[in-house]
Design a protein around this ligand. Structure first.
Ligand SMILES: Nc1ncnc2c1ncn2[C@@H]1O[C@H](COP(=O)(O)OP(=O)(O)OP(=O)(O)O)[C@@H](O)[C@H]1O
Ligand SMILES: [Mg+2]
Length: 412
């Protein structure tokens, strides 16, 4: 089902070249538990990331269910990551501002599963790893072993054919490691598990095949796939359906993130609302324009900071199949919320300001209700505010979407 043909990977930094993989030829069975062993820097992570479509090979071919990936487009890789592969990382890589349940549901959201179905399947996956009781907790309320089980549930929820685990027990104590290995062994009954580990004992005890790598090359394979093995592989490749995040999901991801930083969001919205308050109170068009532009730039900068802070989250989303478009959508949703907030805040402040202003005018001139906010004007200003904020966020959102997933995952 999965075949690597003379895969090489070169990393070029400046004028030095690292040959991380030097011609890897390998074939995997539909269901087996493979351990990859080798010293630090020999290319294990590189190999796993290439198999999982997170990174691209330099030459050779990766053949998936009989189909060469040489001509794969971004959307083919996104769909492959979302439907066929589940990643488990050493550092769990859960999204901190989302509940356990939402973390697991996310991969399903990308594949367009309905809300009710999503919840049902995520709960089932969490129950399978023994976490049925903890679904509403946040990742930082769990132990390392529990977080890793959430990550396994997230990897499993789409029922992928392949689970890739990069040192899944690297950060866990012996007893917890054994629990994680038992779970992985159980799920390898009907799927392919490829695990990188530094622990030969665990590999010996739990996996059905051990591959050793040295300096970018395979030096040993305990149970190689042989040509005679007439595996009755059903060629039913999973529907290569399009994956895409709905704007609603993007909104909820952003809203959750904004709620964890309430202070800053209110400040940002306030910055945006200054433009509107001016518009109504002073009608100094030029001044209004300037303050709207200034607040837009501020919002652009704040969105940019948000992108930097959430680099890891971008990597996580990409690893579960989010496309570049999905990533920019998350940040556009964020500026959309901020813009709406700024607009509404501006209107509310104006309405409140109107009370004392009218009282003063009435006391001085005896004319009542002079300062008032026309409804249409208010609506238009909210729309303008939203438009400007969204435009201000477009560049940082685009930058976010262009981040390399492997690098993004590596940031802390
Ligand atoms: N983005 C990159 N740019 C340049 N070189 C890289 C990059 N990623 C990996 N390398 C190099 O490629 C080689 C293989 O790295 P890789 O991360 O695959 O090793 P590994 O076997 O997973 O090591 P470890 O056991 O320490 O995790 C190393 O020499 C590493 O320095
Ligand atoms: Mg590694």
């Amino acid at each position: 089902m999965l075949r690597l043909e003379n895969i090489t990977k070169d990393y070029i930094t400046g004028d030095s070249k690292v040959e991380a993989l030097k011609g890897i030829t390998l074939q995997f069975r539909k269901s087996e538990f493979v351990s990859i062993l080798g010293q630090s820097g020999c290319g294990k992570t590189t190999l796993l990331n290439i198999i999982g479509g997170l990174d691209r090979y330099t030459s050779g071919d990766l053949v998936i269910n009989g189909r060469s990936t040489k001509e794969f487009k971004d959307k083919d890789w996104d769909s492959y990551r979302n439907h066929s592969v589940g990643f488990v990382f050493q550092t769990y890589n859960l999204i901190p501002h989302q509940t356990i349940l939402s973390n697991v549901e996310l991969a399903l959201t990308l594949s367009g599963v309905s809300k009710a179905e999503r919840k049902k399947r995520a709960i089932k996956a969490l129950e399978e790893v023994g976490l049925g009781e903890q679904i509403n907790k946040k990742p930082n309320q769990l132990s390392g072993g529990q977080m890793q089980r959430v990550a396994i549930a997230r990897a499993l929820v789409n029922d992928p054919e392949i689970i890739l685990a990069d040192e899944p027990t690297g950060a866990l104590d012996t007893k917890t490691s054994v629990q994680i290995m038992e779970i992985l062994k159980k799920i390898s009954k009907d799927r392919l598990i490829i695990m990188v580990t530094h622990n030969p004992e665990l590999a010996e005890k739990y996996s059905s095949r051990i591959i050793k790598i040295l300096d970018g090359k395979i030096t040993d394979d305990s149970n190689p796939y042989n040509k005679e093995e007439e595996e009755k592989e059903d060629r039913t490749t999973k529907a290569n359906s399009k994956v895409s995040m709905s704007f609603l999901t993007a909104l909820s991801l952003s809203l959750n993130n904004l709620m964890t930083k309430k202070g800053r969001t209110i400040l940002t919205s306030f910055a945006g609302s200054i433009g509107i308050i001016d518009a109504i109170s002073y009608v100094l068009i030029a001044f209004v324009a300037i303050s709207l532009v200034v607040s837009s730039i501020m919002i652009g900068i704040i969105t940019y900071i948000s992108v930097l802070e959430r680099t890891k989250e971008i990597g996580i989303l990409r690893s579960i199949g989010a496309s570049k478009k999905d990533i920019s959508r998350v940040f556009n949703a964020e500026t959309f919320i901020v813009g709406l907030g700024a607009g509404i805040l501006g209107i509310v402040v104006t309405l409140i300001l109107n009370i004392p202003i009218n009282m003063i005018i009435k006391a001085v001139t005896d004319i009542g209700g002079l300062a008032s906010l026309p409804v249409a004007g208010g609506v238009i200003l909210v729309i303008i505010s939203m438009l400007l904020t969204v435009i201000a966020g477009l560049i940082p959102a685009k930058m976010a979407s262009k981040k390399d997933p492997v690098e993004a995952l590596r940031t802390e």
